[in-house]
Design a protein around this ligand. Structure first.
Ligand code: CTP
Length: 479
C-alpha cells in the first residue's frame, strides 16, 4: 500500500535522485528528510515538485498518494461534432467505442444530424448532455460555446459532411458546431462521410487542403458501397481506424510533436541583472525570474530549442533548456546577441537600466571625504536591439512592469522598442499585486490587434497561455 514515504521516494527517483531534487527545490538534504518525516511539503516547494514531474510526464497526487503517468491521470475529453449525413448513426457506435477506450465523450449535433439520430440516444450512451443550440440560454448559462470549445483535448467531426467541411474551411460560424470549430484551440480531426462524387469534387478537395494546411487531421473515408447506392470512396472510416488516429494525434500533441514550435530556436531572458558597485556590492532589483523560467520550460515542452539567458535567481534550471548565467546587463546583451539568428525572443528579464561607471576595483571604504557619489551610465536595451537587429527574430516579445498608467506606458514601450507584443503587468502593490517573487501574475497583452486582459493565474498558467499564443502566431506565419 502506498504511503507518503513511498510516493515521495518514487517522485525523487523520477526526478533524478536526492541531489537533483535538493537543487530543484533550493533546499538542503535535511529539508527533504523533514518533509518525509512530517509527511508534508510546503506549498511552494510542492508546486515546483509537481511542475517538474509533469514536465517528465508524471502526475503527483499527494492527497490521493499516487504518482501516475499523466496520460492515466485523467480521462482525455473528446468533443464529438456530429453533422448531418446518413453515417450519423455510426457516431453512436463510435462514441461507445471511444468511451471503452477510456475517452470522455461530449456530443454536439447539428440540426441536420438530428434528422438522422436523436440527441437522447447519444446522451443515453455518453451519460452527458448533448448540445445543439448556439443560442440556448440554458446552455450558455451552464456552459458557453467558448468553454465547450476549450474544455476538450480534441475536437472530432464525425461524420463530417461536404457542407460542414466547406463551412469549416471558410470560417463560417452559423451554428454551435461550426462556432466551436472556430473557437477551439485544441487539435481538430475530421472523419468525412459522403457520396463518392462529392468526395472527389474539386471544391471538397480544395476545402480539405485548406483545413489540413491549418493543422486539422484527416481520417480519410473508405472505399465501398455507400448509402446512396454508389460504389466509391466516401464511407466513414472504420471506428477502429478513427480511434487509432485519435490515440496517435493526442500522443503527439501531449509530447508537443505537432507544435509549430518544434525545432524553433527561442531566446528568453529572465531574472534581474546585478550591476556591481565594487567587488562586494551591487545595484539589483526584486525580479525572481519565475515568469521567464516558466516560459522557458513551457517552450521546451513544445519541442523548441530554448536558450535561457538569466541573471542571478534562486530557481532550478528548467529541463531541456540551455541556460546561460550572467550577472550584468552588458553580459546579458552580449549573450543574447551571440545567439542570433533565432526564431523568437522573449525578454522577460528585469534588466537594470543603468550601470555604475565609477565603482571600485576594491571594496569602497568609508572615508572622511563623505558618502561616495555613484555615477551611472545607461545599459544597452536588449529588447530594442533585438527588435531592430538586421537578424531580427520573426517574433519579439517584451514585458513591461509598470507601477501606474499600465496600458498607456506599455503601448508607448511597444512602439518605442519596436517589439511585436508587450506583456504588461502592474507591479509595486502589496501581496499578490506585487508580482515580483509571487507565484501568480495578472497580465495584459498588447499586440498589433489591440489589448487582451488575461485573468490572474499562476505564472505557469500564464506561460502556457502565452506559449499557445506564440504557437498560433507561428502557425499563421508558416514560411
Ligand atoms: N529591457 C531590455 N533591456 C534593457 C531594459 C529593458 O531588454 N536594458 C526589456 C525588458 O526585459 C522588458 C522590456 O524591456 O521586456 C521593458 O522593461 P522595463 O524595465 O519595463 O522598461 P524600461 O526600458 O526600463 O522603460 P521605463 O524605464 O520607461 O520603464
Amino acid at each position: 500500500m502506498s504511503n507518503f514515504h513511498t510516493i515521495f521516494e518514487a517522485a525523487i527517483q523520477q526526478l533524478g535522485g536526492r541531489e537533483a531534487v535538493q537543487k530543484l527545490l533550493s533546499v538542503g538534504a535535511s529539508a527533504l528528510s523533514n518533509y518525509r518525516q512530517r509527511a508534508q511539503i510546503p506549498a511552494a516547494k510542492r508546486a515546483k515538485l509537481e511542475e517538474a514531474l509533469a514536465a517528465k510526464g508524471w502526475h503527483l497526487d499527494l492527497e490521493g498518494l499516487q504518482l501516475t503517468p499523466l496520460s492515466q491521470a485523467r480521462q482525455q475529453r473528446i468533443l464529438l461534432l456530429i453533422t448531418g449525413g446518413i453515417a450519423a448513426y455510426k457516431a453512436l457506435d463510435l462514441s461507445r467505442r471511444l468511451m471503452d477506450r477510456g475517452y470522455q465523450i461530449r456530443g454536439v449535433m447539428t440540426r441536420s444530424a438530428m434528422e438522422f439520430i436523436t440527441p437522447l440516444s447519444l446522451s443515453a450512451l455518453t451519460g452527458e448532455k448533448v448540445y445543439s443550440d448556439l443560442f440556448s440560454l440554458t446552455d450558455e448559462a451552464e456552459m458557453g460555446h467558448i468553454r465547450l470549445a476549450r474544455d476538450a483535448d480534441l475536437v472530432l467531426v464525425a461524420p463530417a459532411t461536404a457542407n460542414f467541411i466547406a463551412k469549416m474551411a471558410h470560417g463560417l460560424a452559423d451554428d454551435l458546431a461550426s462556432t466551436i470549430c472556430l473557437a477551439t484551440d485544441c487539435p481538430v480531426m475530421i472523419a468525412p462521410a459522403m457520396n463518392p462524387n462529392m468526395w472527389a469534387h474539386p471544391a471538397t478537395r480544395a476545402n480539405l487542403d485548406i483545413l489540413i494546411k491549418r493543422g486539422a487531421g484527416l481520417i480519410a473515408p473508405e472505399d465501398g458501397d455507400t448509402a446512396c447506392g454508389e460504389i466509391g470512396t466516401g464511407r466513414l472510416a472504420d471506428p477502429q481506424v478513427i480511434i487509432s488516429a485519435i490515440d496517435a494525434r493526442l500522443a503527439r500533441h501531449s509530447a508537443g510533436a505537432d507544435s509549430p514550435l518544434q525545432g524553433k530556436h527561442i531566446l528568453i531572458t529572465s531574472g534581474p541583472t546585478f550591476e556591481p558597485i565594487d567587488p562586494v556590492r551591487y545595484v539589483g532589483n526584486h525580479s525572481s525570474g519565475k515568469q521567464g523560467h516558466a516560459l522557458a520550460a513551457a517552450c521546451a515542452r513544445k519541442g523548441a530549442k530554448v536558450t535561457l539567458v538569466t541573471g542571478p535567481v534562486h530557481l532550478a534550471d528548467p529541463d531541456q533548456v540551455e541556460v546561460i548565467k550572467i550577472q550584468t546587463a552588458k553580459q546579458m546583451y552580449d549573450a543574447c546577441m551571440a545567439q542570433l539568428p533565432v526564431d523568437c525572443a522573449i525578454c522577460a528579464a528585469a534588466v537594470a537600466d543603468w550601470h555604475v561607471v565609477n565603482g571600485g576595483q576594491q571594496k569602497i571604504k568609508k572615508t572622511a571625504k563623505g558618502t561616495p557619489q555613484l555615477a551611472l551610465a545607461e545599459n544597452p536595451d536588449i529588447l530594442a536591439s533585438l527588435s531592430q537587429h538586421e537578424n531580427r527574430p520573426s517574433l519579439v516579445i517584451g514585458f513591461a512592469a509598470e507601477t501606474e498608467n499600465l496600458a498607456e506606458y506599455a503601448r508607448a514601450k511597444r512602439a518605442r522598442k519596436k517589439c511585436d507584443w508587450i506583456v504588461a503587468n502592474q507591479v509595486g502593490g502589496t501581496g499578490e499585486a506585487g508580482v515580483f517573487g509571487q507565484d501568480s501574475n495578472h497580465v495584459t497583452i498588447i499586440d498589433g490587434d489591440g489589448m487582451q486582459d488575461w485573468p490572474r493565474a499562476s505564472k505557469k498558467e500564464i506561460a502556457d497561455k502565452l506559449v499557445q499564443k506564440i504557437e498560433a502566431w507561428f502557425h499563421d506565419h508558416k514560411r
